[in-house]
Design a protein around this ligand. Structure first.
Ligand code: ASP
Ligand code: MG
Length: 324
């Protein structure tokens, strides 16, 4: 019997139909005799909607109250998730961070997990239940709810897998694994079978949103391999682990920020930085009508800066200049 942690992102639990699909996936692994812990994100764009409501009241909301507000999204998902499982005849219990507990520091909006007490989860598993745990949330030493930063449910899942010494961690998302670029923007992107922690961490830090950057660092520290796949039957997914597939350039990502007119397009891989590749990218962008404002290279990456409005096109051009 194995212990399996399955994390589902917001799009994978966005409505009743998706909640039930999540429950079917968890039930299947439970029926094989495994212990199953499910970690859920807030449904769909709940977190953005809550954030917007607070910003309608004040441009600088109090951190403690923001966390109390935003954490409610995951609370809803966990309770609905447990109900969905129960509907399918699976014994399940929802647990929020303070019930586990998942202890963090007090940095509201960007808290770091300090300790997870696994006793309660183990008791639920031993009683034959699936534990449905809120992602993104923590509790600080004052007993106040904290959150781990946007996208932080991935980090909750990795931390739980590490604390429980899980045999398997699967992160379900809306794409079929880790690609050489965001397949929603770049249709030529190719799926990577395996990608190293180092490359994935660099890609996440440079803007790839498929995994929270802190979750990758934590997975690497604790040696937890992370499978990323979609809920579609037949999804093959990708594994983030010590060694990736051989590729000179593993991926290309983009980072836009509200604060800047420019967006960074960053390629990551062993072959970088390289003068020839830099020339190839700049030429491809300029031929495609995208002006390059700056170029920067560092250990295993190369970034070009373009206007934010050109970022998607620049990503596609840079990807086809560098990959395949
Ligand atoms: N719901 C949170 C967010 O939207 C956390 C997560 O989804 O991982 O950022
Ligand atoms: Mg996410």
């Amino acid at each position: 019997m194995s212990l399996i942690v399955q994390k589902f992102g917001g799009s994978s639990v966005r409505d009743t139909e998706h909640l039930l699909r999540m429950a079917h996936i968890a039930r299947e692994r439970r029926a094989e005799g495994n212990d199953v812990v499910v970690v859920l994100s807030a449904q769909g764009d709940t977190t953005d909607t809550l954030l917007k409501k607070a910003l309608e009241l004040t441009p600088s909301p109090d951190g403690r109250e923001m966390d109390a507000l935003l954490a409610s999204g995951e609370q809803v998902s966990a309770a609905l998730g447990a109900l969905a499982l129960q509907t399918l005849g699976v014994d399940a219990v929802s647990l929020s961070a303070w019930q586990v507990p998942i202890e963090t520091d007090g940095a509201h909006g960007d808290a770091q997990i300090e300790m997870i007490d696994t006793a309660r989860i183990r008791r639920e598993l031993d009683a034959g239940r699936v534990a449905v745990v809120t992602g993104f949330q923590g509790v600080d030493e004052n007993g106040d709810v904290t959150t781990l930063g946007r996208g932080g449910s991935d980090t909750s899942a990795v931390a739980l897998a590490a604390a429980l010494r899980a045999d398997e961690l699967i992160i379900y998302t809306d794409v079929d694994g880790i690609f050489s670029s965001d397949p929603r923007v770049c249709p030529d992107a190719v799926r990577r079978e395996r990608i190293s922690y180092d490359d994935m961490l660099l890609l996440a830090q440079k803007g790839a949103q498929v995994l929270h950057d802190r979750s990758v660092a934590l997975a690497q520290q604790s040696g937890v391999p992370v499978t990323v796949k979609s809920c579609e039957a037949g999804s093959r997914g990708s594994v983030v682990c010590e060694r990736g597939d051989a590729a000179q350039v593993v991926g290309v990502t983009q980072k836009k920020s509200e604060a800047s007119q420019l967006a960074a397009i960053t390629a990551v891989g062993d072959a970088l930085p390289s003068v020839e590749r830099e020339r190839a990218v700049v030429t491809a962008l300029e031929r495609g009508g995208v002006s390059v404002y700056a170029v920067a290279g560092g250990e295993r990456f190369l970034s070009v800066y373009v206007l934010r409005a050109d970022a998607d096109r620049a990503l596609r051009l840079a990807h086809s200049a560098l990959i395949r």
